[in-house]
Design a protein around this ligand. Structure first.
Ligand code: HEC
Length: 208
């Protein structure tokens, strides 16, 4: 889970605290700027390189303000901006090693203060998705990805679209709850290739 996502959760929790179930407009007179300053104040000494993760970008700002319900115009603007920011692999190959991708899917460390800066970093995909049938524990915030490649006939175009989705979920669905792993430089190009292979390799347990 990345910093932006945690910040979003923190903001949502805080907003709920000042105004149970309310929207910004009903927040009992607490201006978004006040809430923003409070949240920022709780991060007095961010670790090196963390400042950019604490500052919301324009896309996340609109998603927070609209409670993930952007206007039609904002939806189109986010889609265009996020699509334009996607960086595809230079060698044109979106598939890595599924065995390494499985680790990316399972590991949830790397995004917290207490985590080692050099330690393993993962996408924590299982926190939100069912993937391989043999994995017993998974979250359900995202759809099941069981048989993901098989259902898509292992088509190359589908694999490319999936790499894009994992690189930047919002380039396909603005204000998605899925972290923007490549966009936020949380996962490396190789890790995204590996986890795409985990979904698309016929030998991967996802497709067994
Ligand atoms: C915090 C929860 C969360 C995490 C972590 C997460 N996802 Fe998602 N994901 C979602 C949600 C919610 C959706 C559905 C909305 C959307 O399409 O953006 C989704 C959609 C997807 C889709 C598109 C599914 C479809 O049928 O169109 C793929 C592929 C995917 N996720 C892969 C991954 C991979 C791989 C990882 C780990 C690197 C991951 N997700 C981590 C929440 C998450």
């Amino acid at each position: 889970m990345n910093g932006t996502f945690k910040l979003l959760l923190a903001s949502v929790a805080l907003c709920a605290a000042v105004s149970p179930g309310g929207l910004w407009a009903e927040s009992g007179g607490v201006a978004p700027g006040v809430v923003d300053a409070y949240v920022k104040g709780t991060w007095k000494t961010p670790a090196e390189g963390w400042q950019a993760r604490i500052d919301q970008d324009e896309t996340q700002r609109i998603c927070s303000l609209s409670r993930n319900q952007p206007s039609k115009a904002d939806f189109a603007a986010i889609l265009a901006r996020e699509k334009a920011s996607v960086v595809m692999p230079a060698d044109g190959n979106v598939l890595g090693k599924w065995e390494d991708g499985e680790k990316v899917a399972q590991i949830g460390t790397g995004g917290q203060f207490s985590d080692s800066a050099t330690g393993p970093r993962g996408g924590n995909c299982y926190a939100c998705h069912q993937m391989a049938r043999r994995e017993l524990s998974y979250g359900t915030l995202g759809p099941s990805l069981e048989d993901y490649g098989k259902i898509r006939k292992f088509a190359a175009a589908e694999a490319t679209a999936t790499y894009t989705k994992i690189y930047n979920a919002q380039s396909i669905l603005p204000c998605s709850n899925m972290p923007r792993f490549g966009h936020n430089k949380f996962l490396s190009e190789q890790q995204i290739k590996d986890v795409t292979a985990y979904l698309f390799d016929p030998a991967s347990p996802v497709n067994k």
